[in-house]
Design a protein around this ligand. Structure first.
Ligand code: AMP
Length: 288
C-alpha cells in the first residue's frame, strides 16, 4: 500500500532520503482514479524509482458555478487502486494546507496559450492549474512528472511553465486511455446518463473522421469544421470549441498544411452535465 501524507512537511521529510541517489516521479491528479490515471503511474514507474501521486481537488482551477462541490472524492478507493500499480506515496493535502490564503494573491500564468480553447470559457482555470502545479513541483521536487495528453492544452502550458520558470523537471505526456468504444476515460464521464453515455463516443468518431478529411486535404478546413460542428450539434452535443491548431497550439494557416506541419484537432463539448474533452493528431497526406 502507498504511504499517505496530508501535510507538506511530512511528505518532504519522507522524500528527503531518496533525493541523492534515486529518481522521484510526480503524477498530479484530482483523484477518483480510473485506468487513465493508473497508466500515468505505470509510465512514472518506468522513469523513476519512487512514484508520488497527488490527489487534490484544486479549488482554484474551478470557476464560479462549476462542479467543485460535486466533483467525486474517493480517496480510499483511489489508494487501493494505486496499490495495484505500485505507487509509493500519496499526497492528499487539505485546502488549508495548500492555500494559506485563498484565493492566492500570486499568479504564475498569463498569455495567449492560456486564453484560447478552454481558457475562453474557463478564464481562471489555467491560472489555478499553474499555481497548483507550481506548488506541487516545489513540494515534491520531482525529477520527472507525468501528465495526460487528454488535457492537451494543459500539457502544453505545463511544458511552458517548466521552461519559463527553469524547473529541473522532465515532463512526459502520456497517451489518452479510452474505453473500448473510444470515449476518453474521465472522472466526469459518470455525470453522463445511460443514453448520453451511448452518444458520447461520437465525439471521438467525429475527431477521427475529421482528422482523415483534413489529412486528405481535399476541402477547405473551415468547411470541414462547420460540417463537423453541425453533425455534433445534431447528435446532442453543445460545443464549447472544435478547433484545429498546430501541435504547439498556434494558429493553422495554409502553409501549415502545405508544409505537412503536425496538427491537432481539439474539442470540448457538453453532453448533459458532462463537459467532455478530447483531441486527435492529424497526419497530412497530400498537398492542397
Ligand atoms: P485529473 O484527475 O482529471 O485532473 O487528471 C489527472 C491527470 O490524468 C492529468 O494529467 C490528465 O491529463 C490525466 N488523464 C485523465 N484522463 C486521462 C485519460 N483518459 N488518458 C490519459 N491521461 C488521462
Amino acid at each position: 500500500m502507498p504511504t499517505i501524507h496530508h501535510h507538506i512537511s511530512e511528505l518532504r521529510l519522507a522524500l528527503r532520503p531518496y533525493r541523492t541517489a534515486q529518481r522521484i516521479a510526480l503524477v498530479p491528479t484530482m483523484g477518483n482514479l480510473h485506468d487513465g490515471h493508473l497508466e500515468l503511474v505505470k509510465i512514472a514507474k518506468q522513469h523513476a524509482d519512487i512514484v508520488v501521486v497527488s490527489i487534490f481537488v484544486n479549488p482554484t482551477q474551478f470557476g464560479v458555478g462549476e462542479d467543485f462541490d460535486s466533483y467525486p472524492r474517493t480517496l480510499e478507493e483511489d489508494v487501493a487502486k494505486l496499490a495495484t500499480v505500485g505507487a509509493d506515496y500519496v499526497f492528499a493535502p487539505t485546502i488549508d494546507e495548500m492555500y494559506p490564503v485563498l484565493p492566492p494573491p500570486t499568479s504564475v500564468l498569463t498569455g495567449a496559450i492560456t486564453e484560447q480553447l478552454c481558457g475562453k470559457t474557463r478564464p481562471t482555470h489555467f491560472d489555478g492549474v499553474g499555481i497548483v502545479v507550481s506548488k506541487l513541483f516545489n513540494i515534491v521536487q520531482p525529477d520527472v512528472a507525468i501528465f495526460g495528453q487528454k488535457d492537451y492544452q494543459q500539457l502544453a502550458i505545463i511544458k511552458q511553465l517548466v521552461r519559463d520558470l527553469s524547473y529541473p523537471i522532465e515532463i512526459i505526456g502520456a497517451p489518452i486511455v479510452r474505453a473500448t468504444d473510444g470515449l476518453a476515460l474521465s472522472s466526469r464521464n459518470q455525470y453522463l446518463s445511460e443514453s448520453e453515455r451511448k452518444t458520447a463516443p461520437i465525439l471521438q468518431q467525429e475527431l477521427q473522421y475529421l482528422a482523415k478529411q483534413i489529412g486528405d486535404n481535399q476541402q477547405p478546413l473551415d468547411m470541414l469544421l462547420v460540417a463537423a460542428r453541425e453533425r455534433m450539434t445534431s447528435a446532442g452535443f453543445i460545443i464549447d470549441y472544435l478547433e484545429v491548431k498546430t501541435a504547439e497550439l498556434t494558429a493553422v494557416g495554409d502553409e501549415s498544411i502545405n508544409n505537412h506541419q503536425d496538427l491537432v484537432i481539439l474539442v470540448a463539448a457538453w453532453l448533459g452535465r458532462a463537459r467532455l474533452l478530447d483531441n486527435q493528431l492529424v497526419k497530412i497526406n497530400k498537398i492542397r
